[in-house]
Ligand binder design. Structure first.
Ligand SMILES: *[C@@H]1O[C@H](CO)[C@@H](O)[C@H](O)[C@H]1NC(C)=O
Ligand SMILES: *[C@@H]1O[C@H](CO)[C@@H](O)[C@H](O)[C@H]1NC(C)=O
Ligand SMILES: *[C@@H]1O[C@H](CO)[C@@H](O)[C@H](O)[C@H]1NC(C)=O
Length: 131
């Protein structure tokens, strides 16, 4: 009888752990740049944020510019932020996060992604005009 009791207890405990696991913290998403994190002046890049839940709101932020904030709702696991006509000032460190309907809190931030917009004009700069 004791073994029966113990196995029931074990079952109960493992079921308890199952429930616990559902309430997981929002683990950080993964941010990547397509096709590449190095972009020419005037080029485009897609920053893809991949999370772990469906139906969430994604945000894209920039470390050097706390005012920069893009948000996007997604029915799937990923959001794609399409950045166009990039300039060297758009270079910097980007990160993303997401929040679920239930949490209403941002997840842990993704690893930082270094975006570099190359300044081609610097390479073959014309001499200053009119001097
Ligand atoms: C999930 O965990 C958080 C923090 O531990 C707690 O505040 C919250 O009430 C839990 N939610 C559920 C549905 O158990
Ligand atoms: C960047 O995107 C814009 C708008 O979608 C498009 O018109 C342009 O051709 C793209 N530029 C490059 C270099 O792909
Ligand atoms: C997604 O969230 C919306 C808004 O809360 C809700 O109405 C909808 O049922 C959700 N869809 C799924 C597939 O969970």
């Amino acid at each position: 009888m004791i073994t029966e009791f113990l196995s029931l207890l074990c079952l109960g405990l493992s079921m308890g752990f199952e429930d616990e696991k559902k309430n997981e913290t929002l683990t950080k998403p993964y941010l990547s740049a397509l096709p590449s994190p190095v972009v020419e002046w005037g080029g485009n890049v897609t920053l893809r944020c991949q999370g772990h839940f469906q139906n969430v709101t994604f945000m894209l932020g920039k470390l050097q510019d706390s005012g920069y904030r893009e948000e996007q709702r997604s029915a799937g696991h990923t959001a794609e932020f399409f950045l166009t006509n990039l300039e060297p000032k758009d270079s910097g460190t980007y990160f993303c996060a997401y929040k679920t309907m239930a949490s209403q809190e941002w997840s842990e931030q993704s690893e930082h992604l270094q975006l570099e917009v190359t300044d081609d004009r610097g390479k073959h700069r014309a001499p200053p005009a009119g001097k």
